[in-house]
Design a protein around this ligand. Sequence first.
Ligand SMILES: *Cc1c(COP(=O)(O)O)cnc(C)c1O
Length: 233
Amino acid sequence: MSTIAANLQAVEATIGAACTSAGRARNEVQLLAVSKTFPAEAVVEAMAAGQRAFGENYLQEALDKMQEVARLQPATPVEWHFIGPIQSNKTRPIAAHFDWVHTVERLKIAQRLSEQRPPELGPLDICLQVNISGEASKSGAGEDELPELARQVAALPNLRLRGLMAIPERANDEAQQRAAFARLRALFDALRAQGMALDTLSMGMSGDLGAAIAEGATIVRVGSAIFGARNYE
Ligand SMILES: *Cc1c(COP(=O)(O)O)cnc(C)c1O
């Protein structure tokens, strides 16, 4: 078995155990394999082990990798998720080449993605990134601006608002880690209580996916636990 296949098995076991202890069904949580900085060959190895959803942060790297993956594995459909910061002059290729975008934090970016989404692809699935740690340096919409942003994004014709995403700052212990995820969950529940049809909580990475699943994550974004340590970013 390749290292990537073995790592995927170990991550699968972690997700399974977290679901069991949270009393959740395994199929409530999707594994997004974050392949940033790793080559197309690594993606193809993960595909051979059954993985189909991949997350990328850097646009040009992602576009090159998609092309190479399609060349190596033309018959296998793959889902690509953009999870990096978005510059407004880069929205067109994101709208054209990705299935999901997890990092929308401003209306202007959402409007551009909607205008630039090729109609034949159907709506682009969107998560709003929320700054739950409240630090000025972190990206994401502020909690107070979230309800209005969600309403505006949900009204855009070529997007489908699916839910919320966050990258909490590293916590010192499990309780603190869970509190940050619980915060995002509460914002998600509040939007749903207002009638928004959201179904996605994108939270949890290699180091904290158990805590995220305990607090209701429906997508965990896992990089290094699958592909290994990154040499650069
Ligand atoms: C890199 C990255 C991940 C994966 O992080 P790991 O710690 O390697 O699992 C998840 N989400 C986002 C937004 C990232 O940039």
